[in-house]
Design a protein around this ligand. Structure first.
Ligand SMILES: NC(=O)c1ccc[n+]([C@@H]2O[C@H](COP(=O)([O-])OP(=O)(O)OC[C@H]3O[C@@H](n4cnc5c(N)ncnc54)[C@H](O)[C@@H]3O)[C@@H](O)[C@H]2O)c1
Ligand SMILES: [Zn+2]
Ligand SMILES: [Zn+2]
Length: 345
């Protein structure tokens, strides 16, 4: 079968690999119909994810059709259409019992990391009963691909952890796919202000179309003053960090209102200064989280009821044969205006 294989930092190829086989009774083999590329795949290609070794098929998002199931799979049968979660959950370990699937002791984020992933014609999914979701009839596969990772990430790490409330003020720093997914799902709660901050004017225009009440281009170095002006000098109740660099986390520290919550989503590779000398008396909370995908059933219901339109995030479409072009397009988002690229297998 065709598959996108990581060959070590800065190297990848569309290769020919054997079709995966069932290795545990709880496995399923899924024939991929649609997948996508995540910013995390680009991090792997930069060599930032040491757990992902050369030879690995990348990808942790997608939808497909069950091809084969192990003897222990009871929920699915061949022919069923399924959504693949980026997080595999055994449902039994101490963390799964706490609904922290991301920390599952034998699962978590393993797809396209420590086991072969979804950018291929077929993928082996461990713990299929609790890591796959049945796709409702008639639902849009492209919209569903957004539910493998980015929507639950924005919703759980940003909106839920940030306790977005009706009438509250929210700033989301970073208008990439994750920041925009956060913007879409924050609107479940009708906050009064949803301020998007980025350096990329195109992404800020997209954010306006997605429901941002205001946008701030922080390239002028005046984001703090601008946001303070927008909030009557109070700052925001929820500041969501969706970039993953010190400057944007420190911006959150400067714009958080007393009693507010800084909800971090970004993956940080370097240390960030925590300014307790300014924050110690401000009653704030800081949260961090790896997406658990516990909200997937709720997001599926919302999508089914047309309460959310994640297909807005899809900007480009490719066939699996053209996946190297898809990577080029996705990696040069400032020029190509790419958000999410759909790859049809
Ligand atoms: N916690 C989790 O479970 C989890 C899951 C998935 C992704 N992530 C992380 O979420 C973050 C966002 O992911 P993404 O795919 O949207 O990334 P992305 O790189 O596509 O988007 C980041 C955005 O931040 C903007 N930006 C960069 N520097 C900025 C600055 N100084 N000020 C304002 N904006 C700036 C960029 O223009 C871009 O639009 C990444 O760090 C990613 O690794 C975390
Ligand atoms: Zn991802
Ligand atoms: Zn577990």
């Amino acid at each position: 079968m065709k598959a996108l294989v990581y060959l070590g930092p800065a190297h990848k190829a569309l290769g020919d690999r054997p079709k995966p086989v069932i290795t545990a009774a709880t496995d399923a083999i899924v024939r991929i119909t649609k997948t996508t590329i995540c910013g995390t795949d680009l991090h792997i290609l930069k060599g930032d994810v040491p757990s992902c070794l050369p030879g690995r098929i990348l990808g942790h998002e997608g939808v497909g059709i069950i091809d084969e199931v192990g003897a222990g799979v009871t929920v699915f049968k061949p022919g069923d259409r399924v959504l693949i979660s980026c997080i595999s959950s055994c449902s039994k370990c101490v963390y799964c019992r706490k609904l922290m699937y991301s920390h599952c002791t034998s699962g978590g984020w393993i797809l396209g990391n420590t086991i072969d992933g979804t950018q291929a014609e077929f993928v082996r999914i461990p713990y299929a009963d609790t890591s796959l979701y049945r796709i409702p009839d008639g639902s849009d596969e492209e919209a569903l691909v957004m539910l493998s990772d980015i929507l639950p990430t924005g919703f759980e790490c940003g909106v839920l952890n940030g306790k977005v409330q009706p009438g509250s003020t929210v700033a989301i720093i970073g208008a990439g796919p994750i920041g925009l997914a956060t913007l879409l799902t924050a609107q479940f709660y009708s906050p009064a202000q949803l301020i998007m901050v980025d350096l990329d004017q195109n992404r800020l225009e997209v954010a306006k179309r997605f429901g941002a009440t205001a946008t701030v281009n922080s390239a002028d170095g005046k984001a703090v003053e601008t946001i303070m002006k927008m909030t009557d000098a109070r700052g925001v109740d929820t500041a969501i960090e969706a970039v993953g660099i010190p400057a944007t986390f420190e911006l959150c520290e400067k714009i958080i209102a007393p009693g507010g919550i800084i909800a971090n989503i970004g993956v940080h590779g370097t240390k960030v200064d925590l300014h307790l000398e300014n924050l110690w008396d401000r009653n704030i909370t800081i949260t961090t989280r790896l997406v658990d995908t516990v909200s997937t059933p709720m997001l599926l219901n919302s999508l089914g009821a047309a309460r959310i339109d994640p297909k807005l995030l899809v900007t480009h479409r490719f066939k699996l044969d053209q996946i190297l072009d898809a990577y080029e397009t996705f990696a040069h988002a400032a020029d190509t205006k790419a958000l999410k690229v759909i790859i049809e297998a």
